[in-house]
Write a protein that binds this ligand. Structure first.
Ligand code: HEC
Length: 119
């Protein structure tokens, strides 16, 4: 393990004790482009998009291959998956399937409804 990895590990351990997130795996390079939409925690950036955290690895692989094969031609994921190799699909599926499904809770990026001003 090099120094950068050791430092990152220490940061993860420290963060884990604060957030009680525990031993979250380190995201591989293959998921760097996924986190804008699925966050690195595997929770959706937009309500209605799928949760990946804890999804079965075989399901993730199958779905990504399906999107890559354009079974759903104009899906968002068909465009993303077009650029993925088998190896990247494998790594991403392995990573997301190992995340705790319920931790952390979903983040909704919508602003809460405005409260009427107090009289
Ligand atoms: C631009 C936003 C965006 C990016 C980037 C993105 N996704 Fe998605 N992903 C979506 C949306 C939206 C869906 C819902 C299905 C659809 O519309 O294509 C989805 C669905 C999925 C699904 C479930 C597929 C299904 O049909 O149920 C998996 C698995 C997935 N994404 C994995 C990934 C991985 C792995 C990456 C990175 C390599 C990634 N996504 C990058 C937006 C994104």
């Amino acid at each position: 393990m090099n120094t950068a990895n050791a430092t990152l590990l220490l940061c993860l351990l420290a963060a884990g004790s604060i957030a009680a997130a525990g031993e979250a795996p380190e995201p591989p390079q293959a998921v760097a482009g996924c986190s804008a939409c699925h966050l690195k925690e595997g929770i959706p950036a937009q309500p209605g998009w799928p949760f990946l955290a804890g999804m079965a690895k075989a399901d993730i692989v199958e779905r990504l291959r399906g999107h890559r094969a354009r079974l759903i031609p104009d899906s968002t994921m068909s465009k993303v998956a077009a650029g993925l190799s088998d190896d990247e699909i494998e790594q991403a599926a392995d990573y997301y399937s190992r995340l705790e499904p319920s931790n952390p809770p979903p983040v909704l990026l919508k602003k809460p409804a405005q409260q009427p001003p107090a009289q």
